[in-house]
Design a protein around this ligand. Structure first.
Ligand code: ADP
Length: 640
């Protein structure tokens, strides 16, 4: 009887597809790393497709009563064929959803699908006795009822269509590879189903095209090496998150450390500034004593500034790292800057038995515009290194210029030493972060390996550059090129001493103004009030947020200065509470954040919180005067 059966040509595509799907299944069976979320479903889809192909080939080979197959068996084969196709479309749609529906937002799709699929199965079972979907007549003719198309096609069409629609709506969230693979696989599968339905089953392409879709999915999304890549990417992503967290923790630590160090330093420098002002005032009555005290106070000032610049070094690194380093160009005097730096370095060099020579081209314009603090930092870094890495001989700083125009000049700062030198192979390394070289010789010399990296990056921001030549064992020459603007404003100003009397700095008075200064630190309050004193306004102070809130309820102030870090109620919280306080008389009084929290970006953060302005401690008198004038109504300011 078997001799009656022959494989019909229309199943050849299906047989070929079955062959290559089996090969695919076998070669991928032992794939390692089969952990990716879609993989189980993919294997299930493969198995489903293989079974559907087997059932389909069997159906089109055996389900013919005229060849001797019992009608009951023919009906069962036809039913199974339909069920396997519907199952395959269902698994395919669920597979698509695993890519686009990570949080189960499309549960309702499976819910409707489950209802449709269960109804379909029940109807197919009922069809066996009732014969209203598909059946065989007694003469062996295969028949479809009018419900055949809606019942047999509605479920797979629903699954494929909803899967594809959601895929289209979520395209943006997919990577290029996923996009291409899922779209091609869906399109090919849908095409096969449409061709098969349109030709009324004469061309059997639904399953072969589905098999091609599976191939596309396998080679693009399901190979073990791709899964490995995905899991490595995931590990990298997690590691990156950890690194970001660690970096944030470092920044937080630096922020609090900077505050802890800057607060007392602010007090020291502020008090020292007061001493300097006092010596000016005493100069006439006791010049000898005033001169001595002035000298001591200036030394404290210089050392304090160096300490401040060490803290700033650490802060700078965070700023540069986060791309938030802001240069603050302002008019300054180059020659006094060079002399300041020279005086400081000379002491250090001489302490080590080194001679220090400084040559400055006197024709360089003195009045420049640039970030004085940063240029000082660059010079000090290079000179400190020269002193650090030289045991005998001399240190030299030559400052010359090139490209002089009416409005700009390029400074060439050349720092030479007769020190240990740098090996040629180490030269490219020295500008890297935390890069220290020749550690066996240098291990006794203190250093972080940050100085040159900051110098290089800062020069980069200024549009300058740095180069180095060195002979190992003989010495090094560092040359920094710094473009600067020439200041017209300062050019004609009379030469003034660094520390003027407070009275000379002050250009306006505010006799009718009420100031409130809030700070838990007594010395900080003293410094701030001493500066404000010069403006001739009425100053009140508060040592805590609570006290400040209390005062704001009883009096209207023109300007309020608020410290950030205070025990109990900090400055930001005090500000927020003052806004909610119905008895506050100062809702529209500008509040200035006055804090040692000098991390980059803080200014924006405070302004975003609603503060009118920000001044960093240690307070610079000129900055304070600028801010006060900016925030007071012009009628309250009497220009002197
Ligand atoms: P630090 O001095 O804190 O180690 P720097 O970034 O300033 O860090 O310098 C990086 C490295 O470059 C130093 O560790 C040192 O080996 C080398 N270096 C810098 N300046 C000199 C110099 N003038 N002479 C010799 N070596 C130097």
């Amino acid at each position: 009887m078997i001799a009656n059966y022959s494989i019909p040509p229309k199943t050849y595509f299906e047989i070929a597809s079955l062959g290559y799907l089996l090969v695919l299944y076998l070669i991928s069976f032992n794939d390692p790393n089969r952990t990716f979320r879609s993989y189980k479903l993919f294997r299930f889809l493969e198995v489903n497709m293989i079974l559907a192909l087997i059932v389909s080939i069997m159906t089109y080979t055996f389900a013919y009563p005229e060849l001797g197959t019992p009608i009951f068996l023919c009906t069962i084969l036809r039913t199974m064929d339909s069920i396997m196709c519907v199952m395959a479309s269902r698994v395919f749609a669920v597979y698509l959803l695993t890519y686009v529906d990570t949080k189960g937002q499309f549960k309702w799709i499976s819910l409707i699908g489950n209802v449709l699929f269960s109804s379909y199965l029940i109807l197919m079972a009922l069809n066996l006795p009732l014969r209203f979907i598909l059946w065989y007549e007694a003469d062996g003719t295969y028949m479809h009822g009018s419900l055949f198309v809606p019942i047999v096609f509605s479920t797979p069409v629903y699954y494929l269509a909803s899967g594809i629609l959601i895929l289209i709506s979520r395209m943006k969230s997919l990577g290029p590879r996923e996009k291409a693979a899922l779209s091609i696989a869906s399109f090919v599968t849908l095409l096969g189903t449409v061709i098969q339905a349109a030709t009324n089953g004469i061309i059997l392409l639904s399953l072969p095209f589905g098999a091609i879709g599976i191939f596309v999915l396998y080679f693009s999304l399901e190979t073990s090496d791709y899964h490995q890549l995905l899991s490595n990417n995931e590990k990298l992503r997690l590691a990156e998150q950890d690194a970001i967290k660690a970096n944030r923790a470092k920044s937080d630590f630096l922020a609090s450390m900077s505050h802890e160090i800057r607060t007392p330093l602010n007090a020291v420098l502020g008090m020292d500034e007061l001493i300097l002002l006092a010596t000016e005032e005493k100069k006439d009555s006791d010049p000898k004593f005033a001169g001595l005290i002035k000298e001591y106070a200036e030394n404290i000032q210089d050392a304090g500034q160096v300490l401040l610049s060490v803290i700033n070094d650490i802060l700078d690194l965070t700023k540069i790292e986060s791309g938030k380093m802001e240069l603050k160009p302002a008019p300054y005097r180059l020659h006094s800057l060079i002399n300041d730096v020279g005086t400081m370095v000379r002491v250090k060099a001489e302490q080590k038995g080194l001679s220090y020579v400084q040559n400055t081209d006197s024709s360089i314009p003195d009045h420049l515009i640039g970030d004085e603090l940063r240029i000082r930092q660059i010079m000090i870094n290079l000179l400190n290194n020269a002193v650090k890495y030289t045991d005998s001989g001399r240190i030299e700083m030559d400052v010359s210029m090139k490209d002089l125009t009416d409005s700009s000049v390029c400074l060439c700062i050349c720092v030479k030493d007769t020190g240990i030198g740098i090996k040629e192979e180490d030269l490219p390394e020295i500008f890297g972060d935390f890069q220290r070289i020749d550690e066996e010789h240098n291990h006794k010399i203190e250093g972080t390996g940050l100085g040159l990296s900051i110098v290089k990056r800062m020069l980069g921001l200024m549009g300058g550059e740095i180069s180095v030549t060195s002979e190992y064992g003989k010495g090094s020459v560092f040359t920094a090129l710094v473009p600067q603007q020439i200041s017209k404003e300062l050019r004609d100003a009379p030469a003034s001493e660094k520390y003027k009397k407070l009275g000379e700095v002050i250009t306006y008075h505010t006799p009718d103004c009420q100031y409130l200064v809030v700070d838990d630190n007594r010395l900080n309050l003293l410094v701030a009030t001493r500066f404000l004193d010069g403006l001739k306004g009425h100053i009140e102070t508060a040592r805590s947020g609570e006290e400040a809130l209390q005062k704001m309820r009883t009096k209207k102030y023109d300007l309020i200065f608020m410290d950030h870090m205070m025990p109990d109620l900090d400055g930001v919280r005090t500000y927020e509470m003052s806004l909610e306080d119905p008895d506050n008389l100062n809702l529209d009084s500008p509040m200035i954040m006055m804090t040692a929290n000098a991390l980059s970006g803080m200014r924006e953060e405070y302004l975003n919180k609603g503060f009118a302005d920000y001044i960093s401690k240690p307070i610079e008198i000129n900055e304070l005067l600028r801010i006060v004038k900016l925030h007071l109504p012009p009628e309250k300011v009497t220009v002197l």
